[in-house]
Design a protein around this ligand. Sequence first.
Ligand SMILES: Cc1cc2nc3c(=O)[nH]c(=O)nc-3n(C[C@H](O)[C@H](O)[C@H](O)COP(=O)(O)OP(=O)(O)OC[C@H]3O[C@@H](n4cnc5c(N)ncnc54)[C@H](O)[C@@H]3O)c2cc1C
Length: 370
Amino acid sequence: MNDAVREVGVAVVGAGQAGLSAGYFLRRSGFAPDTGFVVFDHSPGPGGAWQYRWPSLTYGKAHRVHELPGMPLGDADPDRPSAEVVGDYFARYEREFDLRVRRPVDVAAVREGDGGRLRIETGAGTWSARALINATGTWDRPFMPYYPGQETFLGRQLHTAGYRGAADFAGLHVIVVGGGTSAVQLLMELAEVARTTWVTRRPPVFRSEPFTEDWGREAVAMVERRVRQGLPPQSVVSVTGLAATGAVRQAVDRGILRRQEMFDRITPHGVAWSDGRSLDADVILWATGFRAALDHLAPLRLREPGGGIAVEGTRVVKDPRVHLVGYGPSASTIGANRAGRTAVRDIRTLLAEQDQATEAAPARPLEGVR
Ligand SMILES: Cc1cc2nc3c(=O)[nH]c(=O)nc-3n(C[C@H](O)[C@H](O)[C@H](O)COP(=O)(O)OP(=O)(O)OC[C@H]3O[C@@H](n4cnc5c(N)ncnc54)[C@H](O)[C@@H]3O)c2cc1C
């Protein structure tokens, strides 16, 4: 193993939508791959978290996957798994813009380095960067709340991250926990082959009016306000509500989406409520979302007392060398695109200011820029 620390201008962690968008804008701004910027991703192939999505989440069933900047996705078969469609598209994209993603390379820790630089410890050696664009998404941190008795359950418990398709549950009784889009989609699939029960903490809100741009802007603004205050970002559904598509309305009519309030404890054979009701089940499927995968940034101590990382635009308030893209308000395919551009613009300014301050600007305007 090479112990030498390699220097680079900007390190990008994660090659999902957000990381690739950042790579594209770095490239367009003249940063050269390998010396001006480097992209690390610990997944085996292109596609970001999409490569892990269950095969029955076809392209036609995905909410809407916005194209990456600068290259169309083209016509995709709506019946093909999103994992394949997006994986192929990202692979073409990486080639087209020569992004040279290093994979599978895990970034284990980012800490303060020498001379105002960031020290990035990876499975492929240590790097030293002037700035960091973090685009690690949420897939690596599935969230499962704890309920008393959880460890006594004799059936199967899994999170949506481990779901591969309804066929695994044929003939069983599955309790689906969670009020988000994934819960709704999985209930509709499972109901074809299994008995299902839906439990959520709050009554779900179905939104039948079209999702307008204004609505989208307001939803993003709400998340942005929280993130600016250093609070953890809330779930998208708590802001937007659930889309009442034709298929969803049909499922409501068929009684598939009749929700029960959250149970109070888990028993060896099912779940129970404090009013004495109980329900036997074979499976508890936790569709309870994900948290931002930011553990590798812990040595930088970016968290605020509110538990989140305060971010202005994409820039971390406590450390302007660090940008979070695909985080909070930019945690959607369209938001990730924009965040990549914002982060690169900001970092260019930061590096130019640093260069001016050290009077290196005339000879070397931006490290790694051709
Ligand atoms: C089931 C599901 C369906 C969704 N459907 C839609 C949809 O239809 N439309 C939409 O706009 N959004 C959708 N979203 C949200 C969607 O995930 C985001 O919009 C977007 O794809 C996330 O991109 P990203 O680049 O931020 O993260 P990711 O795609 O998660 O990419 C992060 C990458 O970082 C890598 N990584 C993580 N940690 C490290 C580390 N320490 N070191 C190295 N690499 C690391 C991971 O391997 C991964 O490749 C969906 C989310 C889920 C869970």
